[in-house]
Design a protein around this ligand. Structure first.
Ligand SMILES: NCc1[nH]cc(CCC(=O)O)c1CC(=O)O
Length: 315
């Protein structure tokens, strides 16, 4: 019987989503007569050690992932459950995405102290977020709001809402749903107001490319519509070189092809904005080839100056 060692960060969200993925994998294994057991191994990443520093100042993406990938390559663990939105564009040689399971809610959620919507926030209210993407879209919708950085795991950010006198903070709905804190959510921001981060709400289950047993098991955990949507969003990310923290968002929805064909129809919307929200570029395209869609939406934004905005932010 194979023992599968599962690597995870030790934040509340990481432990919860890893545990949930393992429970689902146990059921899949049982249903297919695959004999295996799971062991969970906690790994401290660079991102966890420097939670007090603004992510965009220390190189952002990959910080939560690198040590876990090294453990995979070293054979210390056999699979890892990551938030898709924390994944850098390229995986290291030897590692693959074994499964993209069904997506949770992709939207951002507003957590306030008593206000029921973005519109209800008082003039000049203080909102906590360290995401340039959220800041840009929030300022675009409400130029009067004051935005300040807030870092830390979900639990510490919720604490800072009270302690640091924010009127509201923004978090991914998926994380709050997974850890059972959906009742803290005051409002969901629709993609028209706040386009989520690439891959937000989706998971990435990573394993070694040569591990046939894991590839077989994880293949049964894949949710094709989510995988397609994520491919489109990540193609957009790759074209815009969104490797570090930048004011960029994308969301792909998937529906059955209207022509009745076998190919699902994807609609990808992408945005790039200035951090102050004064310029907001947004384009939406439909089609069935996820990579082509990602490149097309990115190129449409580049034609309007997206790469200039991103270059300025990176400086
Ligand atoms: N950047 C940290 C991070 N990575 C994934 C999630 C939330 C869950 C998800 O998108 O799957 C969060 C927290 C947040 O943005 O609120």
């Amino acid at each position: 019987m194979r023992t599968i060692i599962v690597g995870t960060r030790q934040s509340a969200l990481a432990l919860t989503q890893t545990g949930q993925a393992v429970e689902q994998l146990k059921q899949i294994a049982a249903a297919h007569g695959i004999e295996c057991q799971f062991e969970i191994k906690k790994i401290v990443t660079k991102g966890d050690r420097i939670l007090d520093v603004t992510l965009s100042k220390v190189g952002g993406k990959g910080l939560f992932v690198k040590e876990i990938e090294q453990a995979l390559l070293d054979g210390e663990i056999d699979m890892a459950v990551h938030s898709m939105k924390d994944m850098p564009f390229e995986l290291p040689e030897g590692l693959v995405v074994g499964a993209v399971p069904q997506r949770e809610d992709a939207r951002d959620a507003l957590i306030t102290r008593g206000h029921r919507s973005l519109d209800e926030l008082p003039q000049g209210a203080l909102v906590g977020t360290s995401s340039l993407r959220r800041a840009s879209q929030l300022q675009h919708a409400r130029p009067d709001l004051k935005i300040e950085s807030v870092r830390g795991n979900i639990d510490s950010r919720l604490r800072k809402l009270e302690e640091d006198n924010f009127d509201a903070i923004l978090l991914a709905a998926a994380g709050l749903h997974r850890i059972g804190w959906q009742d803290r959510i005051s409002a969901y921001l629709p993609p028209e107001v706040c386009l989520p981060a690439v891959g937000q709400g989706a998971l990435c289950i990573e394993c070694r490319g040569g591990d046939a047993f894991m590839l077989d098991l994880l293949g049964k955990f894949q949710h094709e519509p989510t995988a397609l949507a994520v491919r489109a969003e990540r193609a957009f990310l790759g074209r815009l070189n969104g490797g570090c923290q930048v004011p960029l968002g994308a969301y792909a929805s998937v529906s059955e092809s209207s022509s009745g064909g076998a190919e699902p129809l994807l609609t990808l919307t992408g945005m790039v904005g200035t951090p102050d929200g004064t310029t907001m570029l947004k384009e939406s395209v439909s089609g069935s080839d996820p990579e082509a869609l990602g490149l097309l939406v990115a190129d449409k934004l580049i034609a309007q100056g997206a790469d200039r905005i991103l270059a300025e932010v990176r400086e």
